[in-house]
Design a protein. Structure first.
Length: 368
């Protein structure tokens, strides 16, 4: 029996070994938590060169998120089962002309790397596939997971898809989902949202369009109004990044008269594309009352959507809302939870607030 590993396994390891990231500075911030809750089921999350939709499941949490890598988890109804979803980019250094060629490459690649003392492959199938006109491979791996301790033996079922990017054929995008636990087969309750997660992959361009470069040139020449007109045209054509930038300029009046109402329109366009900068700015609009009456409830809604993507400033603000009782009864425990997350994601101020407001009392007791 051969032993196998895949890039997916590297992301799964994030679920078991989240690092102890600290906020910058000397605030003695808490370690990054394993779980950041995800509240917006089915939301669009943008990555470098592609988009995916968050699985439509309750109880999801994020354990890692960068422009290239993401890992989400969920405890199944049975506490002996865990579900994971992963996003990875791979750089094999060569292009792939067909799904069959890619499947052969990934079959070989996935067959090294798992710790053979822990993971033993039972079945591994790679099938040439096409997605959005690109060569892909669909994979299915069934394995035994012997665990880290005696008696931890479980079954591991992994499914996923790896595709070559249309602009960079030597760049691969891998989406996967997995179930691990005392189960004999992959749960249909995971397979349905898991396959929808794979199907949600949409490619985006790396190269800025010529019009965006023209807008950037106008910004450098202090012609902000001219730049915004270009950004508006790009936003109307579906460029969420241009919409986010146009909206921020209009809301804050950066280099031109502010127009918060029009700015909100563009920010909401960008928010539909999952742009975390637009989500945060919309939260700030309602938090600070920029062109609207101050509305902490609306602000918390937008900050929560940005916090789903581990945005530390939004998590900081949600903690402050809970500490002050902005929308409901004051809840110091929830405030400290948000500050712990924000500090773990690199926010210095959150680390200071966590330290200075007695948040240590809410941390779980250390295991003996």
């Amino acid at each position: 029996m051969r032993h196998t590993t895949i890039a997916l396994a590297a992301a799964l390891a994030l679920l078991a070994a989240a690092g102890a990231a600290r906020a910058q500075g000397d605030a003695k911030a808490p370690a990054a938590p394993l779980a950041n809750p995800v509240t917006n089921r089915g939301a669009t999350w943008p990555f470098a060169g592609f988009l995916v939709s968050v699985p439509d499941l309750p109880g999801l949490y994020s354990t890692h998120l960068t422009p290239e890598v993401a890992a989400l988890g969920r405890l199944a109804a049975n506490p002996l089962r865990t579900w994971t979803f992963t996003v990875l980019t791979l750089k094999p250094g060569r292009p792939f002309a067909s799904g069959r060629e890619l499947a052969e490459y990934m079959q070989a690649r996935r067959e090294t790397g798992f710790d053979p003392k822990r993971i033993v492959e039972r079945a591994h199938k790679e099938t040439a596939h096409e997605h959005a006109g690109r060569p892909c491979t669909r994979y299915a791996i069934d394995a035994a997971d012997r665990g880290e301790r005696a008696g931890d033996a479980a079954n591991l079922f992994m499914r996923g898809m790896t595709c070559a990017h249309p602009e960079k054929p030597d760049l691969l995008v891998d989406l996967g989902y997995a179930e691990c636990g005392a189960v004999d087969a992959l749960s249909p309750d995971l397979e349905r949202p898991g396959d929808a997660f794979l199907a949600s992959l949409r490619f985006t361009s790396f190269a800025p369009p010529a019009e965006l470069r023209a807008a950037q040139a106008r910004m450098r020449a202090n012609d902000v109004a001219g730049a915004v007109e270009i950004l508006k045209r790009l936003a109307a054509a579906g460029d969420s990044g241009a919409a986010a930038l146009a909206g921020a300029i209009l809301v804050h009046g950066q280099g031109m008269p502010a127009d918060p109402a029009e700015g909100r329109k563009y920010l909401e366009m960008a928010a539909k594309g999952g742009r975390v900068d637009a989500l945060f700015t919309l939260g700030a609009v309602y938090d600070k009352g920029l062109g609207v009456p101050r509305d902490p409830e609306a602000a918390a809604k937008w900050f929560s959507l940005a916090a789903d993507q581990r945005d530390p400033q939004s998590q900081l603000n949600l903690g402050i809302f809970e500490w002050n009782g902005e929308n409901a009864q004051r809840d110091p425990r929830k405030a400290c939870d948000w500050w712990r997350m924000a500090a773990g994601n690199g926010n210095t101020r959150a680390g200071l607030l966590f330290r200075d407001n007695g948040c240590k009392q809410f941390e779980p007791a250390a295991k003996q």
